[in-house]
Ligand binder design. Structure first.
Ligand SMILES: NC(=O)c1ccc[n+]([C@@H]2O[C@H](COP(=O)([O-])OP(=O)(O)OC[C@H]3O[C@@H](n4cnc5c(N)ncnc54)[C@H](OP(=O)(O)O)[C@@H]3O)[C@@H](O)[C@H]2O)c1
Length: 317
């Protein structure tokens, strides 16, 4: 990444190979997921201090080829998921703390593991936090891809009775239905909360998994179960998190649960193993959009910004 800006700031360059420092493992990457939140870092919309130029990317799946001092050499040859706060995964090799890696279950292809390792492991703590009772109605936004897609696959198992989803256009609506949504609303219509009101016909929503955020979140509050409704705010697809005030919540007796930040992400990291085990066992279907060569990282970001993806793009060195 040469600067903040459009996808073109991601360029392929030769750089010296990293060396594993004490406590680290060197991983030869096989599959690198291209993540929606990373596009916000690249564009500058999510301003975090990063030194430029930067080897981009925060996650990968690969094989340990070398270990640093103090790390068990028996790890060499193991296939692992890598998550790096220090970036550096859009590369053939990355060096990360050994303790931050998670073993990939045998039989799970690396591309599938890369697709599920972030979005699948966000869905699990979201569903645990929601504490669904078995009789409740949930709303899952942007349910055809990413976190929303995995939430939709798992919602009934975690106790949702009725799943209403949003998706962009008829093709993505069909996908959300395949994942388990009972009804799907097209969120490309700016008045989609009104469509939701029609579908509910006087019933209410108990739990909202809010990835769109912004103004629509406030409109949805009027459709939630007074005194029991919970909105889990975890995304900002509209450009900002849910625009709701304490007054909006207090006057309806609703709860807003913030699901972001360092402590939240520590819980997400803990769920990574469970998401990978589920994918290997077949209880979570990995959503891979396509596999591209590593030097097409900029093209991958463009496809995500054009909303032209139906799952995670995987880069392959
Ligand atoms: N808090 C956390 O732990 C956490 C972790 C990961 C991601 N996130 C956040 O969760 C959200 C979803 O991330 P993801 O990785 O799961 O993304 P994703 O589903 O892989 O991709 C985003 C999808 O959202 C839809 N979308 C894009 N712009 C939209 C808009 N303005 N309004 C409504 N829908 C829009 C698109 O679907 P359609 O074509 O169907 O519209 C697109 O496929 C993002 O805001 C991300 O930053 C939070």
């Amino acid at each position: 990444m040469t600067a903040t800006g459009g996808p073109e700031v991601l360029v392929a360059q030769d750089v010296p190979a990293p060396r594993p420092q004490p406590g680290e493992v060197l991983v030869r990457n096989e599959a690198i997921p291209v993540l929606y939140p990373e596009t916000l870092v690249r564009s500058g919309a999510f301003p975090i201090p990063i030194p430029l130029p930067l080897i981009f990317g925060t996650q990968a799946v690969g094989v340990i080829t070398e270990v640093g001092a103090g790390v068990d050499a028996a790890l060499i040859g193991q296939r692992v998921a890598v998550a790096s706060n220090g970036f550096g995964t859009f590369a053939e090799l990355v060096s990360v703390p050994a303790e931050s890696t998670v073993r990939i279950p045998d039989g799970l292809p690396s591309a599938d593991a890369a697709a599920v390792m972030m979005s699948g492991s966000v869905a699990i703590p979201l569903l645990e936090t929601a504490k669904l009772t078995g009789t409740e109605t949930v709303l899952i936004e942007a349910a055809a891809t990413g976190v929303g897609g995995y939430l939709t696959q798992l919602a009934k198992e975690y106790g949702a009775a009725r799943v209403i989803a949003t998706a962009g256009g008829p093709e993505k609506a069909d996908r959300a239905r395949e994942f388990g949504a009972d009804e799907v609303i097209d969120h490309l219509d700016p008045n989609w909360p009104e469509r939701l009101r029609e579908i509910l016909g006087g019933a209410t929503i108990d739990v909202v998994f809010d990835s769109i955020g912004g103004e629509s979140a406030r409109t949805v509050l009027d459709l939630m179960t007074p005194l029991r409704g919970r909105m889990l705010s975890y995304g900002l697809l509209s450009g900002g998190f849910a625009q709701v005030s304490a007054m909006d919540l207090v006057m309806r007796g609703l709860t807003l649960i913030g699901c972001s930040g360092a402590d939240w992400l520590a819980g997400v990291a803990q769920a990574r193993g469970a998401a990978l085990e589920r994918a290997a066992a077949g209880s979570l279907t990995p959503l891979v959009d396509r596999v591209l060569p590593l030097d097409q990282a900029a093209h991958a970001h463009q496809l995500i910004e054009d909303r032209a993806v139906k799952g995670t793009i995987i880069l392959q060195p």
